[in-house]
Each structure stands twice: as structure tokens, then as C-alpha cells.
Design a protein around this ligand. Sequence first.
Ligand code: FAD
Length: 157
Amino acid sequence: MLSNQRIVIIGGGISGKLAARVLSDFFKEVVILERDNESIGPSPRKGARQGEHLHALLHAGQYGLEELFPGITENFYASGAVKINSTKDLAWFHHGVWKLRYDGGYTTTLQTRPHLEWHIEKYINKIPNISVHYNQTVKNLLYDVDENRVFGVGTRF
Ligand SMILES: Cc1cc2nc3c(=O)[nH]c(=O)nc-3n(C[C@H](O)[C@H](O)[C@H](O)COP(=O)(O)OP(=O)(O)OC[C@H]3O[C@@H](n4cnc5c(N)ncnc54)[C@H](O)[C@@H]3O)c2cc1C
């Protein structure tokens, strides 16, 4: 059942966007407050500094994303992500030894973090009860002592 309440998510990284997608099934309005500017395309941004690194999306994560955003896996590949056999195609040196390479039947998808986030964002932008507000830094939580609950956030533009 859809609650009439508005829910606020602090930070529009991958966790924030995924939380928004899930909560959009339960709340009337989902608001993401993100301190960075809106990205233009799959490019690194200040708030996600590891953006230039290659990101490995493991099988279970990919399965979960596909459940939330049907078709997203094919979209990754269509714009340049690479699929590898997780246990066979990687040369992995760990604790002084090379890991044994074998065909374990699982795939991993390789892409940059901004590329992954950009695809998620395209789905998020199509969900009518989610809005993303950029250049909004959350500075504090507004707390009701009597009710012992957080009822809002304070932001800096
Ligand atoms: C070098 C490196 C390599 C990695 N490789 C992999 C990999 O191969 N595979 C993998 O799955 N993971 C990898 N990770 C981990 C992965 O990048 C992180 O777990 C993931 O990006 C975290 O996402 P997040 O949305 O939780 O947090 P973040 O990406 O940190 O997002 C937080 C968001 O909140 C915003 N924010 C912060 N404070 C505020 C505020 N006060 N008000 C408003 N907005 C705010 C930020 O701008 C940002 O957009 C790697 C990490 C690093 C550092």
C-alpha cells in the first residue's frame, strides 16, 4: 500500500538511487537530496571520487539491479560495458599467490562507476514519484525531542 508520506533520502549515489527505487513502491513522494551538480552523461563527479576506477559488478548485484530495472544489463553492454567470466578471465594475485582460474559459470560486468550510475539514473528519472534535487548539502537532521523522531533535514544550497 502506498503511504501518503514523503520520504527524504540523503545522497544520490548508487545506494541513494536504489533506495529511492525501492521506496517509490511504498511512498507517495520520494525526494533525493544530492550535494553534487547533476552529471552530464557518464562522467566522474566530485562526490563519488572513485569514479575513474573500473568497477566490477558481480553476478548477484547484477541480478538485483535487473529485478529493479528490467533491461538494464543489456543497456550496460550496448554502451560499452564488458562481460567476463568471473573465475576464468581474471588474472588475480592475492596473498602472494595467483588464484586458480576455472570456469565457475558466473559472469562479472566491468564498467566505470559513473557509467553504472548513469544507467540507473535514466531509470530513476522515469519514475514519476521520485525527484532528485541537486546542489543540496544536508547539514543537519531536524529532531523532535518530544516525539523522539527525525522529522526533516536542514540543507545548504
Ligand atoms: C578505488 C575503489 C574501487 C572500487 N571498486 C569497486 C568495484 O569494483 N565494485 C563494486 O561493487 N564496488 C567498488 N567500490 C565501492 C563502490 O564504489 C562504493 O561502494 C559505492 O560507490 C558506494 O556508493 P554509495 O551510493 O553507497 O556511496 P557514494 O558513492 O559515496 O555516494 C554518496 C552520495 O551522497 C552524496 N552526499 C554525501 N554527503 C552528502 C550530504 N551531506 N548531503 C547531500 N548529499 C551528500 C555524495 O555526493 C554522493 O553522491 C570501489 C571503491 C573504491 C574507492
